[in-house]
Design a protein around this ligand. Structure first.
Ligand SMILES: NC(=O)c1ccc[n+]([C@@H]2O[C@H](COP(=O)([O-])OP(=O)(O)OC[C@H]3O[C@@H](n4cnc5c(N)ncnc54)[C@H](O)[C@@H]3O)[C@@H](O)[C@H]2O)c1
Length: 293
């Protein structure tokens, strides 16, 4: 018996990397998992691993970055299993470049796959759950989105990716508010793991012999399995950074300074005169990077 027995899950971009590990664990926890990836060969190989381990899965190769592709992927899950319970939005690509060198394709491709891909899958999954809830069914829907620390802190060379991932963190809160009344929770993770995506930027990231492998993508999957389960029914609208043996609960924009002009708009000169009050002892320059253990 697993925590996800009887549930049906869709993991996008699950042919390799973090999504693959998530699909394997969700299946091990008892879910029937659709392994989506534009690379059908990789998706099928993951389904073979699931089946060999005694689990249940199917492969799907729709491109989730369009409304058509996302709609077809989710319709396929529903046709196959009757319902969708868990959507893990994970599929992604990198097209890094400095903003002043970035091409329109580099910008558009990343925004399309990450931002539009998340929105499109959430659109069709949300419509499915709303329809079931309106028909009187008790729904326990789950969306787990994939943000990135790049989007939270603003990594140089990733203006496309960081904008998409910050949008995904923000979208998570909107979706959580919109879908709460239909029995759906929506959360996001910002993972760190050794995958094809990071190998190009960070190198091999292999552990010392015998040491805990903090970059193993399998470290990320338990957080997703927990968020997908009944045990996390009251967790929604949250963003978690997940690295190795650590999970960090993040919180978003908040006021760090305030000035009030008593019923009259500020003039530029008044703002300049009161900037000390607005910033206090805090830096007026680049915000700090939040990476760390
Ligand atoms: N690896 C990290 O440290 C890290 C850090 C922060 C965020 N992330 C995020 O985690 C997610 C997974 O990344 P990964 O590191 O496992 O990368 P990966 O390249 O190993 O896997 C991504 C998978 O998504 C698939 N894919 C790409 N576009 C698709 C589309 N349109 N439709 C369906 N499938 C598509 C690819 O074929 C690939 O198999 C991404 O959203 C990524 O941005 C990863």
């Amino acid at each position: 018996m697993g925590g996800l027995d009887g549930r049906t899950a869709l993991v996008t971009g699950a042919g390799r990397g973090i999504g693959r590990a998530e699909a394997l664990l969700l299946a091990a926890e008892g879910a029937h998992v659709t392994v989506n990836d534009v690379d059908l060969g990789e998706a099928r190989a993951v389904v073979d691993e699931i089946t060999a381990a005694g689990g249940s899965g199917r492969a799907d190769d729709h491109d989730i970055s369009t409304w058509d592709g996302a709609g077809a992927a989710i319709a396929g899950v529903v046709d196959d299993g009757g319902n969708l319970d868990v959507l893990v939005n994970n599929a992604g690509i990198l097209r890094d470049a400095m903003s002043f060198s970035m091409t329109e394709d580099q910008w558009t491709d990343v925004i399309r796959v990450h931002l539009a891909g998340h929105a499109a899958c959430a659109h069709f999954a949300g419509a499915h759950w709303r329809e079931r809830a309106k028909a009187g069914e008790e729904v326990t829907g789950r969306i787990v989105n994939t943000a990135s620390e790049s989007g939270l802190y603003g990594l140089v060379g990733q203006v496309n990716y960081a904008a998409a991932k910050a949008g995904i963190a923000s979208m998570t809160v909107v979706l959580a508010r919109e879908l709460a009344k239909y029995g759906v929770t929506v959360n996001a993770i910002a993972p760190r793991a050794r995958t094809r995506m990071t190998e190009t930027v960070l190198g091999a990231l292999l552990p010392e012999e015998g040491a805990f492998d903090e970059w193993d993508p399998a470290n990320i999957a338990p957080v997703v399995a927990w968020l997908a389960s009944d045990a996390a029914a009251d967790v929604t609208g949250q963003v978690f950074v997940v690295n190795g043996d650590k999970v960090h609960r993040m919180s978003g924009w908040h006021r760090t300074g305030r000035i009030d002009n008593g019923g009259r708009a500020f003039t530029p000169d008044e703002l300049a005169a009161r900037a000390d009050e607005l910033f206090g002892d805090e830096s007026r320059g680049l915000p700090p990077m939040g990476f760390g253990e």
